[in-house]
Design a protein around this ligand. Structure first.
Ligand code: SAH
Ligand code: SF4
Ligand code: F3S
Length: 504
C-alpha cells in the first residue's frame, strides 16, 4: 500500500486570478508559491493522506557527491527533528555534512517564528551570508522552517535578501530534492510554501543527531489558536501519524540500541483526535511501554487535553518517565481567557492535584509568558503564586512578543516594557529558587543516569541525565558512556547535580 486516505483528500489550488498572475510573472507552480496566513488559518474537515511511497528522484540521488551541506537550526525540538529529516534527504542525495559554513555547497537555515528575537537572529545570520554568497556564487542558500510560512517574512527576504536561492515551508520538506534541483539549475529564487496542508509523508530518510536519544513525531500541527501564538499558522492543522507507524519506528530505535525516545508534537495529548477510530495518547503510550526501550518521554502536552486515562497509563511507570512538561502560560484565569487557553487557573490546579495523587514522584515543568497585553500587577502576582503552589522544578519563561497575524498582536497594550522586564526577573528569581530546592532533594539519593558522554568542561568527568531530566556530572570510566548507571548524588547546584558512580 503506497498511500492511505483517511477520509477525503485535500490540496489547495490557486484561484484563477492567482494562477493568471503567476503565469504573467513567468513563475511556475513549483517555483513560486508563497505563504498565505488567511489560508493557513482555515481548518476544513478534509482528511489527511498518509503517503508511504517517498523516493528521491533518480536524477538527484548522486547530485551531492563530493559536496557538503550545513544546516543551522533555530527553535523547538520539532525543528531539530525536521533538520534530522533534511539531513537524511541530503545524505541520500550523496551530500556530506560539514560544521563549517564556508565549506558548504548547500546552506539551510531552519528557522523559528515564535518570538521576534528568534526572527532577528535569522535576519542577522542572513546579513553574514551575503558576503559568503558573493565570494562563492554557486553555494545554494535556503530558508526553511516556521519563518518561511509567514507572508511578511517571505516578502522581506525577496526584497532585502535577493541572494537567497530558495524558501520552502514546513509542509514542503519532502520536496527538498525537487526544490534543490530547481535552485541549482535556474537563476530565479525558488519559493514553495504550502499554507494549508493535509498530508503526512512516511518513510523519509533521517540522520539522527545522537545514538542514544531519539525524537519521534507522533503528530503535527496545532488547532488550539492561543491568541498570541504563530504555531497553528506555521505548522498547520493537527494531524496524527498512524499508531502502527509510530510503534514500528520506536521498535526500530530500540533494536538500534537507542535508550530514550521523546514523542513529539505541539500538543501531544491531542493525539488521535483526528483519527477515524477511538485512540488517544494514553492508548499509544500503553502500547509503547511494552517495547524494550528504557525511557519514553513526550513533549509538549496541553492542560485541556490531559485526560484521566493518560494519567492512569503514565502511573504504570517503568519506561514511561514521570516528568511532565505542562505549559500553563499564566496563573490568572482572566489572562488565560484572553489567551484563549481553554483552561482556568482552577482547572490547572485540579489537574495538577490529580496527577500528583496518582504519580506521587512526578516532576512538573512549565512555560510561562509575562507581560501579555495589559496584564496587571495583580494578575502577575497570581502567576507567582501558582508557580509556588504547583512547585514547578523548572520553567521556560518569556516576555510576550506580538506576532503578526495573531489576534493579540492587534490589541493595544498599555504595559511598559520596563515593567514586563522586571516581572520576568522576579519570576526567574522564584523559578531558580525552586529549581535549586528541587535539586537539593536529591542529595544522598541514588538516581539512574543515562550517560551521554564526557562533561563539556572537564573530560575526566562524565555527564548524563536522570529520568527527571536533571543533568548529573560524575567521575567514572568512559566505558559507561551509553549505559544507564546508578549515581549517588553528593552536591546540588541550580542547573546540575554532582555525584559518585555506585559500582555495586
Ligand atoms: N505547543 C506548546 C508550546 C509551543 S511554543 C504548548 O502549547 O504548550 C513554546 C512556548 O513559547 C509556549 O508555551 C509559550 O510559552 C511561548 N510563546 C508562544 N508564543 C509566544 C509569544 N508570542 N510571545 C512569547 N512567548 C510565546
Ligand atoms: Fe501555540 Fe497554544 Fe498551539 Fe501551544 S497550544 S502551539 S501555545 S497555539
Ligand atoms: Fe519555533 Fe516553529 Fe517550533 S515557531 S518553536 S520552530 S514550531
Amino acid at each position: 500500500m503506497n498511500e492511505i486516505q483517511r477520509t477525503k483528500s485535500s490540496g489547495v489550488k490557486p484561484t484563477p486570478k492567482e494562477h493568471l498572475e503567476r503565469m504573467r510573472k513567468g513563475m511556475t507552480e513549483a517555483t513560486y508559491q508563497p505563504p498565505d496566513l488567511r489560508k493557513a488559518k482555515k481548518r476544513l474537515k478534509q482528511d489527511v493522506m498518509v503517503h508511504y511511497d517517498f523516493q528521491i528522484p533518480l536524477d538527484m540521488q548522486k547530485i551531492g557527491i563530493n559536496k557538503h551541506y550545513y544546516i543551522r537550526t533555530y527553535g523547538c525540538q520539532m525543528n531539530e527533528h525536521d533538520t534530522e529529516v533534511m539531513a537524511g534527504l541530503l545524505t541520500s542525495m550523496g551530500f556530506t555534512q560539514t560544521d563549517k559554513m564556508s565549506q558548504a555547497d548547500v546552506i539551510l537555515l531552519n528557522t523559528c517564528a515564535i518570538r521576534e528575537n528568534a526572527e532577528n537572529k535569522v535576519f542577522g545570520e542572513l546579513g553574514h551570508l551575503k558576503p559568503l554568497k558573493k565570494e562563492n556564487p554557486d553555494v545554494i542558500v535556503g530558508i526553511c522552517g516556521c519563518m518561511s510560512q509567514e507572508e511578511a517574512v517571505v516578502h522581506r527576504i525577496m526584497r532585502k535578501h535577493p541572494f537567497v536561492d530558495m524558501i520552502f515551508g514546513t509542509h514542503n520538506i519532502h520536496r527538498l530534492p525537487h526544490l534543490l534541483k530547481e535552485a541549482m539549475f535556474q537563476k530565479a529564487m525558488v519559493v514553495e510554501v504550502w499554507s494549508k496542508e493535509g498530508d503526512i509523508i512516511e518513510n523519509l530518510p533521517k540522520v539522527r543527531k545522537g545514538h542514544l536519544k531519539a525524537w519521534v513525531n507522533i503528530m503535527y500541527g496545532c488547532d488550539k489558536f492561543c491568541t498570541y501564538c504563530i504555531v497553528p499558522y506555521t505548522r498547520g492543522k493537527e494531524r496524527s501519524r498512524m499508531p502502527e507507524d509510530i510503534i514500528q519506528e520506536v521498535k526500530q530505535l530500540a533494536q538500534e540500541g537507542y535508550k530514550e525516545v521523546t514523542l513529539l508534537g505541539q500538543n501531544v495529548n491531542a493525539y488521535g483526535k483526528d483519527l477515524a477510530f477511538d485512540y488517544s495518547l494514553g492508548h499509544l503510550m500503553d502500547e509503547l511501554r511494552l517495547i524494550d526501550i528504557p525511557r519514553i518521554r513526550f513533549t509538549t502536552s496541553h492542560p485541556k487535553d490531559f485526560d484521566d486515562h493518560l494519567i492512569d497509563i503514565l502511573a504504570k511507570g517503568k519506561n514511561l518517565l514521570h516528568h511532565i512538561h505542562l505549559p500553563v502560560q499564566s496563573g490568572s484565569s482572566d489572562i488565560l481567557r484572553v489567551m484563549a487557553r481553554r483552561h482556568t487557573r482552577e482547572d490547572y490546579l485540579t489537574l495538577v492535584k490529580k496527577i500528583q495523587a496518582k504519580i506521587p514522584n512526578v516532576t512538573l515543568t512549565t512555560d510561562i509568558i509575562v507581560g501579555f497585553p495589559n496584564e496587571t500587577d495583580e494578575q502577575f502576582e497570581e502567576t507567582l503564586s501558582l508557580v509556588r503552589t504547583v512547585g514547578f522544578e523548572h520553567a521556560f519563561t518569556f516576555i510576550y512578543s506580538p506576532r503578526e497575524g495573531t489576534p493579540a498582536a492587534r490589541w493595544k497594550d498599555t504595559t511598559p516594557m520596563e515593567v514586563k522586564k522586571s516581572r520576568l526577573q522576579r519570576l526567574n528569581t522564584l523559578v531558580n529558587q525552586q529549581s535549586k530546592q528541587a535539586m537539593e532533594k536529591y542529595i544522598n539519593q541514588v538516581v539512574d543516569v543515562l550517560v551521554e558522554g564526557e562533561s563539556r568542561k572537564n573530560e575526566a568527568v562524565l555527564a548524563g541525565y536522570t529520568e527527571q531530566n536533571k543533568l548529573v556530572n560524575f567521575k567514572a570510566p568512559k566505558h559507561l558512556i551509553g549505559q544507564i548507571v546508578p549515581v549517588k548524588i553528593t552536591e546540588a547546584k541550580t542547573w546540575s547535580l554532582y555525584g559518585e558512580w555506585v559500582t555495586e
